[in-house]
Design a protein around this ligand. Structure first.
Ligand code: SAH
Length: 482
């Protein structure tokens, strides 16, 4: 241990309090705060509050604490393991602490660190798991900030999973040799199939998975998570995606997935780029499917990262089918799709009361051929249309929609690099849209949103699309007026 590391003056321990008495002295808010904190334990609370506030009274009633409605006396501390002085009066608090010490009881006085034998931590409670945060008085704000960060990191189901682990502890010790095999079992237990079942709310299935694991500890259980990485900004990633990234052995990612998100995995995780990234050779869909299956068979934990939402133009259907056929377990984690990020960048309501109540996710690439695709009909009946991969077919999309009867002055919003700092926003009308094809300066991904709801967007930070109107546009204009 480096000798320049400062020493802790308060050392954390977990104290057994089941069925033990803890005394709180105080009538008001401070006493209530301590009651709430300690009420998360199975200790018996005794609250000395001759003039208890209505809030404290109702908390005591609701939580079955013992209420002593008398002025504090030393006898009230009898038999307690901890005492809290929360009266707000310095003299009384000091008396409580001195009496407690005389009786061999450790004491804490709210906001009077000099009187405290111990401090109370900020607590992340996933009973039976608890994370206690202490700052030795550097400040409750700091402790709360750390608390909320840890709280977000730990899945809500962790408590149930830990409780299940307790029931397997003895069997695991009996059946598995100490060392690597037992560690392997517990790692799989806490991150593999049992954990996933419990996270899904199915404790019985978790029990079953853990029993299977115990009976067959050598078997490798691979798992693939199809994870939405969001539109680009790394803080639009979900907490679940982040957790899975940290657990992954292998990360397969597409070209549009931001580096920062790929970097979030463990340092020793294997990373495989499978999508086209300027000039690099990309894998075919069949190769990706085969790779996912092979990794799953090897028992690896795989995160398949896709930009936006994995189920929106992500070819997830084919990957899921391959995994299903191979009998490999998988799950899907949604992400923020590009249409939502683009709408947010424009403060654009995708549904708008009295204007539009439906929306279409589409790509312009199904416009070839004679008949109008269904989405075009929906657009004409007022749906908001989000066009993915629409840059190279912008003229086709605009032309066909105008031909079909959508007014050329229908509002259009275009966002390049939605959600990112370097995003660019353009506004215009359907008649301006073909200009997009000529915008060779737009090298990032582009989202186009069409419809009357777009008129409700915020346009003061966007550039006009029309500045780049060209001959193709004029022809469409003329055509529609002929
Ligand atoms: N699954 C992804 C879409 C993949 S298809 C999702 O749900 O968002 C790729 C297309 O998505 C791009 O051609 C572009 O139209 C759109 N796209 C992805 N990220 C984008 C971004 N940051 N800004 C604008 N469009 C984006």
């Amino acid at each position: 241990m480096p000798h320049d590391l400062p020493k802790l003056n308060a050392f954390p321990v977990f104290m057994r309090v089941e069925d033990e008495a803890i005394v709180i002295v105080g009538d008001g808010e401070e006493a209530l705060a301590k009651a709430r904190l300690l009420g998360q334990s199975s200790a018996r609370l005794r609250i000395i509050a001759p003039e208890a506030s209505p809030e404290l009274l109702s908390w005591i009633a609701a939580n079955g604490a013992a209420h002593v409605a008398q002025a504090y006396a030393r006898d009230h501390l009898e038999g307690a393991v901890l005492a809290f002085a929360a009266s707000g009066e310095e003299g009384l608090d000091r008396r409580v602490v001195e009496d407690a010490r005389a009786l061999g009881i450790k004491a804490n006085a709210v906001d009077r660190p000099e009187l405290c034998d111990f401090f109370t931590p900020a607590l992340v409670n996933r009973a039976p798991v608890a994370v206690a945060i202490g700052t030795e008085g550097a400040g409750p704000v700091l402790a709360q900030m750390i608390r909320s960060r840890i709280d977000r990191m730990l899945p809500p189901s962790l408590g149930s999973l830990a409780a299940l682990a307790v029931s397997f502890r003895e069997a695991a010790e009996r059946l598995l040799p100490k060392g690597a095999p037992r560690r392997r079992f517990w790692r799989e237990f806490f991150e593999g199939a049992p954990a996933r079942a419990v996270a899904g709310g199915d404790i019985a299935a978790g029990h079953e998975a853990a029993s299977g694991l115990l009976a067959n500890p050598e078997r490798a259980f691979g798992h693939v998570a199809l994870v939405g990485a969001g539109p680009g900004a790394e803080d639009l990633l979900t907490l679940r995606a982040q957790r899975l990234l940290m657990e992954a052995d292998v990360i397969l990612y597409d070209a549009l997935v931001p580096e920062a998100v790929v970097a979030m995995g463990r340092r020793d995780a294997e990373r495989v780029a499978v999508g086209k990234r300027k000039g690099c050779h990309s894998k075919t869909q069949a190769e990706i499917n085969a790779l996912l299956v092979a990794l799953g068979r090897e028992g690896r934990r795989v995160v398949r990262l896709k930009s936006g939402d994995p189920l929106v133009f992500g070819r997830a259907g084919e990957e899921m089918a391959a995994l299903r056929d191979a009998g490999i377990s998988y799950e899907v984690v949604p992400g923020v799709t590009a249409a939502f990020a683009a709408a947010a960048d424009f403060e654009l309501p995708l549904t708008l009361r009295g204007v539009t109540s439906s929306m279409v996710f589409t790509t312009g690439h199904d416009l070839k051929g004679g008949s109008l695709p269904d989405w075009a009909k929906l657009a004409i009946s007022g749906a908001t249309v989000a066009v993915y991969m629409g840059r190279s077919v912008a003229a086709e999309v605009a032309g066909r929609l105008i031909e079909a009867g959508l007014p050329p002055d229908t509002a259009v919003a275009v966002v390049e690099n939605a959600s990112l700092a370097e995003r660019r926003r353009f506004h215009g009308t359907l008649a301006d849209l073909p200009a997009l094809e000529q915008r060779h300066d737009l090298t990032g991904p582009v989202m186009t949103i069409i419809g009357d709801a777009v008129a409700g967007a915020r346009f003061d930070r966007s550039e006009p699309l029309a500045a780049h109107r060209n001959l193709a546009v004029e022809r469409i204009f003329e055509g529609s007026h002929a």
